[in-house]
Design a protein around this ligand. Structure first.
Ligand SMILES: [Zn+2]
Length: 203
């Protein structure tokens, strides 16, 4: 069964047309950096919960590469700045550990009010966003049947649509990352197109 056939009937689960634009808007009197930091923390926590439930089926045997499409495997840049193939669970573990450490770092993510965000915060957050997008892309591509089996697709779709709408609003999202390359399309590119057609995501 292809990815698109398997998502077909479930793609609309729990998605309400037009509400994502509203929920991503920054509340009045809230600093934009704080709003972005707060939401990224929330996306990370929720994605981590989903991944926790799926770890049993995401192993180095089932997922020897960080795949997000038939021709698309993400590579990790290691300490020597070399691009390496990793099994998906290793890749995801690296991403989640890296993000958790950033969230715990008061210099990167100040939690006490009155502390300033560092000038590198916008580029850090963009990088975090991109890596979390890859985790979503792998889970959709490789584990959607299990998400369906767990009846988690309404929550997972809502979380991802919220994540995309948020990324679009705050310019964290690069559409190239969602669609993949023409010769190596990403599975989530289909969702992106469908949700835009349905008016769930405003382009
Ligand atoms: Zn996997």
């Amino acid at each position: 069964m292809s990815f698109f056939n398997s998502i077909g009937p479930f793609v609309e689960a729990a998605l309400v047309v037009g509400n994502f634009k509203t929920i991503v808007m920054q509340p009045k009197h809230v600093d934009v950096m704080e709003w972005v930091a707060f939401n990224m923390f929330d996306f990370y926590q929720n994605l981590n919960l989903f991944y926790g439930v799926l770890t049993e089926c995401c192993t180095s045997q089932s997922c020897p590469a960080m795949a997000a499409g038939p021709q698309l495997n993400y590579t990790w840049i290691n300490q020597d700045r070399k691009s390496v193939q990793l099994p998906a669970p290793t890749y995801i573990d690296y991403v989640m550990t890296w993000v958790q450490n950033l969230l715990d770092d008061e210099n990167a993510f100040p939690t006490r009010s009155g502390r300033d965000f560092s000038p590198s915060f916008p580029s850090t957050i963009k990088h975090v966003y991109r890596q979390l997008l890859r985790v979503f892309a792998h889970l959709y591509y490789a584990h959607y049947p299990q998400i369906l089996h767990l009846r988690s697709e309404p929550h997972f779709n809502s979380l991802f649509a919220h994540f995309l709408a948020f990324g679009k609003e705050y310019e964290l999202l690069d559409v190239k990352d969602v669609k993949g390359a023409p010769n190596a399309p990403a599975g989530i590119g289909l969702l992106w197109e469908r949700w835009k057609e349905m008016g769930i995501l405003v382009s």
